[in-house]
Design a protein around this ligand. Structure first.
Ligand code: NAD
Length: 359
């Protein structure tokens, strides 16, 4: 190894530890198995509230640095989500570097399961983008620390959608003085798993629905089934609407969309809706738009996993998701009282629970 390479390795090591220090991670495990082609990173952010739980994402990252940044950011997000949801779980996440359409194999997932098992239950995995319940079956052959297996808690989307619906009603209660969504003009961006269940709740309540999706068959199926009006992928930001519900991608609240949005509330399922929370959280507040924090109202999915881990009935999970209503009201009221953006109010509540439990 030449001097430059040694310097690179040292620099990279320092960068990893620097990132861990900045973001407060407890543990990061790099997994490499040339035989199966597995390259993965598991990040355990915080286990004060319990073992770290968070899904495994399979994605073809541009490079390993991007994968590391993603897993560090996502695992920290899980700490906040699990804490604010009052779950006895910490935050963790894993990424497998690869193309989920080409690089999957039984051996790869079994090897990944062995790595998860080496953490002795400090990290519990589940599905995320690019991973199916069938993949998790192979992981489960090597470790018991897996949630979201077929025949167990099942598709989390209905619970997630119910929680988002509760969060949206709570935001309406504070913003409009009552939580009825009847006649409200609501735009749902992305009508996939969660989006369609959300549309179902909203349509039952008599909302005036607008939807967009990049997948034409999904779009026309939902439009026909629930009588929703289709809008263009970009036109959705200019719509005259009461509520914008991002249920597709993250970062749609940004410098390019913020001066176009005419809604009073943002409440949806997508993760990381604010491209830059410091900047865009404050801009939303300044414009008088109430933002229901994403990780608070989309926590139904992780509640569903938690139920599998600790053995709760479906009715108990739905009760937990229903309680998102009360927490959302509490957070919005606190943010107004303190004159701070709602995302910050949510972060403070999540941090407070962790601080209390670690005291
Ligand atoms: P999904 O893939 O089933 O649905 C997403 C939909 O968005 C798809 O129909 C897709 O075609 C559409 N889409 C993609 N790009 C779009 C664009 N630019 N404009 C409009 N539509 C677009 O995913 P999902 O499980 O429904 O999850 C939706 C969002 O909620 C994701 O951001 C996910 O991370 C988040 N989330 C989901 C859960 C869950 O339980 N599934 C839990 C928490 C958070």
């Amino acid at each position: 190894m030449d001097v430059q390479s040694i310097t690179d390795v040292k620099d990279n090591n320092i960068q990893v530890l620097g990132h861990m220090l900045d973001m407060g991670h407890e543990q990061v495990l790099f997994c490499n198995d040339p035989k199966s082609g597995l390259k993965a990173i598991v990040a355990v952010h915080n286990t004060v509230c319990g073992p770290a739980l968070g899904g495994t994402r399979m994605w073809q990252y541009e490079n390993e640095e991007h994968a590391l940044k993603d897993v560090l950011r996502l695992s920290r997000g899980m700490t906040y989500k699990n804490s604010i949801s009052n779950l006895n779980l910490g935050g963790g996440k894993a990424v497998i570097i690869g193309d989920s359409r080409k690089d999957k194999s039984k051996d790869l997932f079994k090897r990944f399961g062995k790595f998860v098992d080496s953490l002795n239950g400090n990290y519990i995995t589940a599905e995320d983008v690019g991973i199916s319940p069938a993949d998790m079956v192979y992981v489960a052959q090597e470790t018991q620390h897996v949630a979201g297996l077929p025949g167990k808690s099942g598709d989390p989307s209905p619970v997630t959608a119910y929680g988002v619906y509760m969060g949206m009603k709570a935001a309406s209660k504070v913003q409009f003085g009552n939580d009825s969504l009847e006649g409200k003009r609501i735009a749902v961006q992305g009508v996939g798993h969660v989006g369609e269940y959300l549309v179902e709740h909203l349509s039952k309540e008599g909302a005036k629905l607008f939807i967009s999706d990049i997948h034409e068959p999904t779009l026309s199926h939902v439009a026909t089934k629930y009588g929703a009006e289709v809008v263009g992928l970009d036109d959705i930001y200019d719509l005259d609407m009461d509520i914008y519900a991002p249920c597709a991608l993250g970062a749609t609240i940004n410098d390019r969309t913020l001066n176009r949005l005419k809604c009073s509330i943002v409440a949806g399922a997508a993760n990381n809706q604010l491209e830059d929370e410091f900047v865009h959280g404050e801009v939303l507040r300044g414009k008088g738009i109430t933002y229901a924090p994403d990780y608070l109202i989309n926590a139904g999915g992780v509640m569903n996993c938690y139920a599998e881990v600790v053995g709760l009935e479906r009715s108990e999970v739905m009760k937990m998701a229903e309680n998102i209503y009360n927490t959302t009201i509490e957070i919005i009221n606190y943010s107004r009282k303190e004159g701070i953006p709602t995302y910050l109010a949510a972060n403070r509540k999540a941090e407070k629970r962790i601080a209390e439990l670690s005291a």
